[in-house]
Design a binder for this molecule. Structure first.
Ligand code: HXC
Length: 268
């Protein structure tokens, strides 16, 4: 689908996308790249990274892949260092890495709970913490927004409550809280904007394959306001809005991109 944004809207910017090798993270990497940014992709699985980087480069995007686990502070530090060493700076950090599986609280061990909290919440915070020194001075240096930008990929599960998603709901609630706190403190001190995006059900993603078996998908569509699943493209366009100067006054907000699903109920 054609982008409504100018192709040079992120020209000269450098982005690091965790979980950027597949799913929504990959589409964000590709769209940031197609709009002018150089992109470093961080992930745990080397073959996924290799394929992602080659697909990005085929589109003429300056891209590198960096192996690492957001749960490990030393990986976060090394990947950020390597990004800045390669591209010279960092303007945009997208925290897309997430863990997920369906489990009822009866079956969810404390370690399963901890694992998802460690990937989603602690991992997001660790990346932000380690990125700060680069984002402080990583901004474009001219134009309306001087500091860098963080985008945390969240969810809408915790706005109400979601079956078999206690762990992810808790983890994403923490992510949203981190978004607001950092927006306040780093916005004030360093002109860094920190925002989130909360995708609804997006077709063709690992999350959707894992979480929504076919019949659940059909049932949900019956009462979705826009009556369809979202596309990865929709999430990437929200990221572009936040990353471009169009979003320069948006800070501490998590943009829900779900067609209105989270607030809807079946008609009867
Ligand atoms: C119950 C499970 C489980 C499952 C893991 N655990 N899978 N419990 N049901 N299906 C438990 C394990 O039993 C263990 O606890 C603990 O979690 C750690 O498991 P490991 O396999 O050792 O951990 P690890 O290899 O680090 O893998 C963690 C992982 C991760 C969370 C499974 O690999 C993962 O999810 N990767 C997929 C990434 C993904 O799908 N990303 C898209 C996310 S979509 P015990 O007690 O046994 O030691 C998304 C969207 C959310 O986030 C919103 C949707 C609307």
């Amino acid at each position: 689908m054609e982008s409504p944004f100018r192709a040079d809207v992120l020209k000269g910017k450098v982005a690091l996308v965790t979980g950027g090798g597949s799913g929504i993270g990959f589409e964000i990497s590709a769209q940031l790249g197609r709009h002018g940014a150089a992109v470093a992709v961080m992930g745990r699985r080397r073959p996924v990274l290799v394929a992602a980087v080659s697909a990005l480069r085929d589109q003429g995007i300056r891209a590198i892949g960096l192996e690492g686990d957001v749960r490990k502070q030393e990986d976060a530090r090394r990947v950020l260092e390597a990004t800045v060493e390669h591209f010279g700076k960092l303007d945009i950090l997208v925290n897309g890495a997430a863990g997920n599986f369906l489990a009822s609280p009866e079956d969810l061990s404390p370690n399963g709970f901890r694992t998802v909290i460690e990937i989603d919440s602690v991992g997001t915070y660790t990346m932000c913490h380690e990125a700060l020194k680069y984002l402080k001075k990583g901004g474009p240096g001219k134009g309306p927004s001087m500091g860098g930008l963080i985008i945390n990929i969240s969810a809408t599960l915790h706005y109400t409550a979601s079956w078999y998603q206690l762990h992810v709901s808790a983890a994403k609630a923490a992510v949203d809280s981190i978004t607001r706190s950092l927006a306040l403190e780093w916005g004030t001190d360093y002109d860094i904007r920190v925002n989130g995006i909360a995708p609804g059900p997006i077709e063709g993603t690992p999350g959707m394959r894992k979480l929504a078996p076919e019949e659940m998908k059909v049932r949900t569509q019956e009462y979705m306001p826009l009556f369809k699943l979202g596309q990865k493209w929709d999430i990437a366009m929200a990221a572009l809005y936040l990353a471009s100067d169009a979003g320069k006054f948006v800070n501490g907000h998590t943009v829900v991109v779900d067609g209105g699903l989270w607030l809807s109920r079946p008609r009867h």
